[in-house]
Design a protein around this ligand. Structure first.
Ligand code: PLP
Length: 444
């Protein structure tokens, strides 16, 4: 390659910063199969007038100016996750919790409330119950399996309903359609966290307006990077929300008095995502790093293949461990009964990669079981290629009281497995030898 160095009369420090730069950019002659990682905080702007337009009233925030708003590598992840959820667009964030926080803060301000299923992820629960409450946003927790409870808890200041497809660790499937119907009657969106059931369930098909993901889990799949995504499924008519969603339909003093639904309507895009990117990403700054985005993009390419294997192996393990004397109960969608079974079949084919094991001897027996595992690793993550085990009462859910734990189905001996891609026979052997050891300990 010939470098046209026209900067030879610059001094060394200048040449090292500014020289040969164009040659380092991917021009049309370079056609990489894997997208380059745009590890850059900012992007060179065109002329001053054009730059002003990128920041002006009509800007959607998707132009590449500064990576807190948008970055090409993060945009690739946004397109892939939007495609996964059959959405109209997405915004990537630095973690799943950032995606969840923004999904709600984009609709609620002090004095507003949301109605949420009580068995959501532990950090989501503390975000809603404590952090947002301090900011004047109230969360009303209801039994997620009772759609009418959402209707009863809602009032004029309710801005969203919230649930998880397959809440972890309870694994009790959320009745998305029925709660979406309640949301429709109220004129508010239903937000669904689909972290534990990507590919298995498309919440948008069942009426969810917004889908959030912790991409850290199955999407990335390799436990290497944190990330989150907010997807607009296109099922909600933001432009018709009127006084129900004033943050989208009334002039926003945070952005030249912009009415987001008017701007997005004129441009045929999502008012919800444009506002989220233009104001919340700007002001709170939980941007996803390009390096993390590239790992997550690599992960999502094999997501359906991995999910199939995670689910097949999990169902096999659940059936093999079911009835083991060291266990009070094996919790997996394939073993659900009654309404739970019907919902699990309807929404995700009764499939799932997570298993709950209620170890009969309580906390000590659960600890003994975990310590005897050799392949399965003790890690508070899920959706990894490796099989992982956690003890929710002692870790992810340790901030909850005994009553709250019990209502979530988390007994002191409850452990959660996230089934990985190892050979199923080796996993069954490892789990069984650890459970057999615990059974022997229990015997007087
Ligand atoms: C892990 C997880 C989150 C939080 O995601 P982070 O990427 O860890 O911030 C949210 N929801 C569910 C269901 C999760 O499993």
């Amino acid at each position: 390659m010939v470098f046209l160095v026209k900067d030879s009369d610059w001094n060394v420090q200048t040449r090292l910063l500014a020289g040969g730069h164009a040659a380092g950019r991917a021009g049309p002659e370079i056609r990489p199969v894997v997208s380059p990682v745009y590890e850059t905080a900012s992007f060179e702007l065109p002329g001053v007038a054009e730059a002003a337009a990128l920041y002006g009233e009509d800007a959607l925030g998707e132009a590449f100016t500064y990576s807190r708003y948008a970055n090409p590598t993060c945009a690739e992840l946004e397109r892939r996750v939007s495609a996964l959820e059959e959405g109209v667009g997405a915004v990537a964030t630095g973690s799943g919790m950032a995606a969840i926080a923004l999904s709600v803060l984009n609709l609620c301000q002090a004095g507003d409330n949301l109605v949420c299923s009580s068995d959501v992820y532990g950090s989501t629960h503390t975000l809603f119950a404590h952090t947002l409450r301090r900011w004047g946003i109230e969360t009303r927790f209801v039994d997620g399996r009772d759609p009418q409870a959402f209707a009863r808890a809602a009032d004029r200041s309710t801005r969203a309903l919230y649930g998880e497809t397959m809440p972890n660790p309870s694994l009790r499937t959320f009745p998305i359609r029925q709660v979406a119907d309640v949301a429709d009657r109220l004129g508010v969106p239903l937000i669904v966290d689909n972290t534990c059931a990507p590919v298995l369930c498309r919440p948008g098909r069942h009426g969810a307006a917004v889908v959030v993901h912790s991409a850290t889990k199955y999407i990335g799949g390799h436990g290497a990077a944190l990330g989150g995504v907010v997807v607009d499924t296109g099922r909600f008519a933001w432009g018709a929300a009127g006084a129900r969603l004033p943050m989208l339909t009334e002039p926003d003093p945070a952005y030249h008095g912009q009415v987001w639904t008017a701007l997005a309507g004129a441009r045929g895009t999502s008012a919800y995502l444009v506002r989220l990117r233009r104001t919340l990403m700007r002001d709170l700054g939980p941007a996803l790093a390009a390096s993390a985005a590239s790992r997550l993009v690599q992960g999502i390419q094999t997501l359906p293949l991995r999910m199939a294997r995670h689910c097949d192996t999990a169902a096999l393990i659940a059936s093999r461990l079911h009835g083991h004397p060291a266990l009070r109960r094996v919790n997996h969608p394939s073993l659900h009964a009654g309404d739970d079974a019907r919902r699990a079949r309807h929404y995700h084919g009764a499939r799932g990669g997570l298993i709950g094991l209620d170890v009969a001897g309580g906390r000590e027996a659960a600890a003994a079981f975990v310590s005897r595992l050799r392949i399965v690793r003790h890690v508070v993550n899920l959706g990894d290629v490796r099989t992982l085990v956690t003890h929710p009462a002692g870790t992810t859910h340790s901030q909850l009281g005994a009553g709250e734990l019990a209502s979530l189905g988390i007994s002191p001996g409850y452990v959660r497995l996230s089934v990985g891609l190892e050979d199923p026979a080796d996993l069954i052997h490892d789990l069984t030898q650890a459970l057999d050891a615990v059974t022997l300990l229990e015997q007087p």
